[in-house]
Design a protein around this ligand. Sequence first.
Ligand code: HEC
Ligand code: HEC
Ligand code: HEC
Ligand code: HEC
Length: 267
Amino acid sequence: MGLRHAVLIAVILLAGAFPAVAAPRNHCLECHPAHYGEQGGCAFCHRGNQRTSRKDLAHGGLIRGRYAGFTNSRSAEVLSGGRLAEKAACRRCHVLNGTGNRPAANLDNLFWTTTPEAVRSALVNPALYMPNFYFSERDLDRLVTIILAGGVRAGKTLKEPPIVVYFSDTGLVKQNIFVKNCGSCHKLLSKQAGGLGTGNVGPNLSGLLSRFYPRSFEGNKIWNEERLKRWLKNPRAIRNNAVMRPVPLKPEEREQLLKTFAPSENR
Ligand code: HEC
Ligand code: HEC
Ligand code: HEC
Ligand code: HEC
């Protein structure tokens, strides 16, 4: 075997060991112009499948343009979504962006487990113990965006047992101090007892004694046990125009009530 042959064989062997590295083709670009290219592939912001040129497959699990700002923690949508969630006090019932109470679903999981469309529809048709906020289309976009952003920031979820909000008409629930004295006008989602009360006359009191409830005591204060006691004694002493009447409770009933309100913050 001559030198020439040996060189040829070496070249062939090397070529086999180091095949030309071709970047996988991004089929999104067959139908769409590139944009935000400096920040990563299309799938980084839109999900979908870049490896097929069939639209339906490529769009599988697609995150639409209206939510795609979730990857940028300083985008206008993320910032205003965060403010909205704060104002609506979603965290008195949910964990969002790592903080909040735990009687209802951890919203940070939704990025990994469901679609933006399903999140949007959960806001439009809220579950039984979730208030209906009647958000505008624009605000729905912002809230879905902040929920996606929270999921990314929280990282891949720990396997958590799904939250089941249960309520029943067993005697136990009927004897519950909240159901008996407050439930005709208020609702409450309690981590220990599930959904309590059926009323819509007064506000949904979920998370009342946590830092995530709106600061509605005397203008701008958070609620605590002492303030709740004062309110129950005489709402008009706190708020001139209160409609709610005083609810006289025996000390042991008050203890039971406070237990029902015990916060369930995610720590
Ligand atoms: C075969 C062509 C085709 C391919 C491949 C394709 N798209 Fe599209 N895409 C379309 C068309 C057409 C629309 C217009 C709306 C529709 O028909 O769904 C669209 C709409 C979109 C929208 C806008 C939807 C909205 O409402 O905001 C996004 C985002 C998008 N595509 C992203 C992608 C990404 C990311 C990929 C690759 C993973 C991709 N597309 C691959 C054809 C394609
Ligand atoms: C860094 C995040 C990011 C990346 C990467 C990205 N996009 Fe987008 N995309 C967005 C945002 C945000 C919007 C919403 C409109 C805007 O801001 O331009 C959007 C909107 C769109 C739309 C809808 C346009 C419209 O007029 O509503 C399409 C289609 C789209 N992107 C396709 C793609 C494709 C294809 C790629 C890959 C080549 C890609 N995007 C990469 C963030 C991204
Ligand atoms: C008074 C309690 C309460 C408040 C406040 C509340 N929710 Fe909910 N939410 C619930 C309950 C109960 C459910 C249904 C059970 C579950 O999924 O945990 C739910 C479900 C959801 C779901 C669907 C979850 C899933 O697993 O698919 C989303 C999304 C959601 N809420 C978002 C929000 C956002 C955003 C806010 C603030 C604007 C908010 N919620 C405020 C109680 C609440
Ligand atoms: C007959 C109806 C009714 C009953 C029963 C009732 N409330 Fe209320 N409650 C209201 C109404 C209405 C409001 C709204 C403020 C107002 O105008 O009084 C309210 C407001 C409140 C607030 C203030 C919340 C906020 O964010 O402003 C608290 C706390 C509260 N109720 C606790 C209770 C508790 C605890 C019970 C039971 C021990 C109870 N309420 C029983 C009707 C009722």
